[in-house]
Design a protein around this ligand. Structure first.
Ligand code: ADP
Length: 581
């Protein structure tokens, strides 16, 4: 992203922070009190020495002691208050930002999620917003409180002796050049560290999702080593960023050393010669000692801002991404009817996937897509549901081109029962309800019944309210399928996209799933990526695909008679050879 960084800060402020301005104003006032208290304390040191210790004025002890402790108590209260307020605003901004990011991400094209791994996206939604929050809170506190501290302490120093003050701080301008260099370094290294963190999250996500293959193939060591390498890369990047940040206050300390020495040598003589009181010297020295701490934090501020910018950049990269698959300005109505693919070309980048694909899936009938894996069958589903759009050619539904229709209406008219159809870590009933969120409990039950989900749910202690586990891991393969079939039943859409499982089920499950599917597809325009011979044979039309083209189409009998590709595939499969048919 080339946007100047100030623009991003202004956008963040306008979109997410400015709404909390009353809290920020109160926090700022508290910071002024907290910051000013340091000046007040160093100011009170002078009467403490000159009137109490040196002059021995017993009466002054009480008021000086009370004044100093009063300042400390004020500092405690204002410090507590401003921290709570700033953290509150920080957390609210972060959570709002996370919600907005997710809502935005959900609106992006399916392609975006193929280009960006889940782990990396999780790291942006969680990691980058949290990094931003920590840094932004620290920055606001420093800006408010430490600026006031520095001003009040400088005032005390100048009031004590402006020459001493000049002497003590003479070295500060020398810092400008190295500090500017450091800022650039910090932004660059922090960005690298955040990217390394994304790779870590991606790897963790893959490991936890692939845990079964890792265990079965005994890849635990291999994966642990791979993670070690990645985590070490992250460590190196993060350490570079942290070293950059740590160098800021170190530079201030060097300047402090020089300042202290100069004032001690010069001011020490003035006291010994009686030009200055001990109280004046102590008051100045307290202010000088106290000023370097907030100065150190202020110098780190620029580094923190740079680090926060690295995360902010990454967040706005996500917010800047725009979906390309959208409802047109004047959508045409969708009517029931045939699904027609007309000379459809599709490619992933430069790799052609579908080339001039044409076929008609008649309304209310079942059309089976068969062909070797990689032929483009799943791509047909993705195109019809507009997860992707064709490069050329068109897909019509009841005469309306899908890209001319309202996207939500289009998706409403489609139900998908796929191998990868997701179950979420909720109850069986909740998973079924995802087909139609406003369905009544009776409808959910009826769908569960029609899809033979009730058969197994009845035997579970919690029935339909049984949690299915992460990604449905608490259910068997056949049970998971029946839940997704029930979901499609409930959806009651005119078009059904069915991706038949390649893995065989046991005979009993196979029968139940098969029955549920034929109940589901009855009367619907069904497109099925078919693997089972019975499904294929019963289809009203079989479309044989290879390398993104239709090589043959017709009924089972017609294709067998033609003796072409289908007949050969069929013979192989009937003979028990596993093919991708
Ligand atoms: P089938 O369902 O018939 O097995 P697909 O429709 O899944 O075939 O895939 C068709 C072709 O598109 C394959 O060659 C596959 O490698 C390619 N392909 C699928 N998804 C992607 C993707 N996200 N990026 C690039 N190529 C892809």
């Amino acid at each position: 992203m080339n946007e100047p960084k100030t623009n991003l800060l202004i956008r963040l402020w306008r979109d997410h922070v400015v709404q909390f301005w009353p809290l920020l104003v109160v926090a700022f006032l508290l910071m002024v009190i907290e910051g000013g208290s340091l000046g007040a304390i160093s100011y009170l040191i002078q009467p403490l020495f000159d009137e109490v210790f040196v002059a021995g004025d017993a009466g002054a002890v009480t008021w000086v002691a009370m004044a100093i402790s009063g300042v400390f108590i004020l500092r405690a209260i204002s410090g507590f208050g401003q921290r709570v307020l700033i953290v509150t605003v920080g957390l609210r901004v972060t959570t709002n930002l996370q919600s907005r990011l997710l809502a935005h991400l959900l609106g992006l094209d399916a392609r975006y999620f193929q280009d960006n791994a889940p782990g990396a996206l999780i790291e942006r939604v969680r990691g980058d917003t949290l990094a931003l929050q920590g840094l932004a809170s620290a920055t606001l506190m420093t800006l408010g409180r430490d600026t006031i501290s520095v001003i009040s302490l400088l005032a005390v120093m100048i009031w004590s002796d402006w020459q001493w003050a000049l002497l003590a701080l003479a070295g500060v301008p020398l810092l400008i050049f190295p500090l500017t260099f450091l800022q650039k370094l910090i932004r660059k290294t922090t960005r690298a560290a955040r990217e390394a963190a994304s790779r870590l999250s991606t790897q963790l996500d893959e490991i936890f999702h692939g845990i079964v293959s890792i265990k079965v193939n005994r890849l635990e060591r291999h994966e642990a080593n791979r993670f070690d390498r990645e985590v070490n890369g992250f460590l190196a990047a993060q350490l570079r960023a942290e070293r950059g940040k740590a160098a800021n206050p170190a530079l201030i300390d060097i300047i402090a050393a020089i300042g202290f020495m100069a004032v001690l040598i010069y001011g020490g003589h003035q006291i010994m010669s009686g030009d200055k009181t001990v109280g004046q010297f102590m008051s100045f020295f307290t202010a000088l000692a106290l000023v370097f701490d907030p100065l150190r934090r202020l110098s780190a501020l620029a580094g923190n801002v740079q680090a926060a910018m690295a995360s902010l950049d990454r967040l706005y990269e996500v917010l800047e991404a725009r979906p390309t698959i959208l409802t047109p300005a004047a959508p045409k109505p969708l009517a029931a009817g045939d699904v027609v693919f007309d000379a459809v070309d599709f490619a992933y980048g430069d790799t052609p996937v579908l080339q001039g694909l044409s076929f008609t899936a008649a309304e209310g009938k079942t059309t089976a897509l068969v062909g070797p894996s990689g032929a483009g069958k799943s791509t047909v589903f993705a195109l019809l549901s507009r997860l992707v759009d064709p490069v050329s050619g068109q897909i019509t539904l009841g005469g309306t081109t899908t890209t001319d229709a309202d996207l939500e209406r289009l998706r409403d008219s489609i139900a998908l029962v796929g191998q990868a159809e997701a179950l979420f870590d909720e109850t069986i009933a909740q998973n079924i309800r995802l087909g139609r969120l406003d369905a009544s409990d009776e409808d959910v039950r009826a769908a569960a019944d029609a899809a033979s989900v009730l058969d197994f749910a009845k035997t579970l202690p919690l029935g339909l309210d049984t949690p299915v586990g992460p990604r449905g891991s608490g259910l068997s393969g056949g049970q998971r399928q029946r839940v997704t079939i029930a979901r499609a039943m409930l959806r009651d859409a005119p078009i059904l996209l069915l991706d038949e499982p390649t893995s065989a089920l046991d005979a009993q499950s196979e029968k139940l799933v098969g029955e549920a599917l034929s109940r589901l597809s009855k009367g619907r325009t069904t497109l099925v990526i078919a693997h089972r011979l019975s499904t294929i044979r019963d289809a009203d039309l079989i479309v044989v695909m290879d390398k993104g083209r239709v090589v043959e189409q017709g009924t089972h009998e017609a294709l067998m008679q033609a003796g072409g590709a289908y007949a050969r595939l069929h013979q192989l499969q009937s003979a028990g050879v596993t093919t991708s048919l």
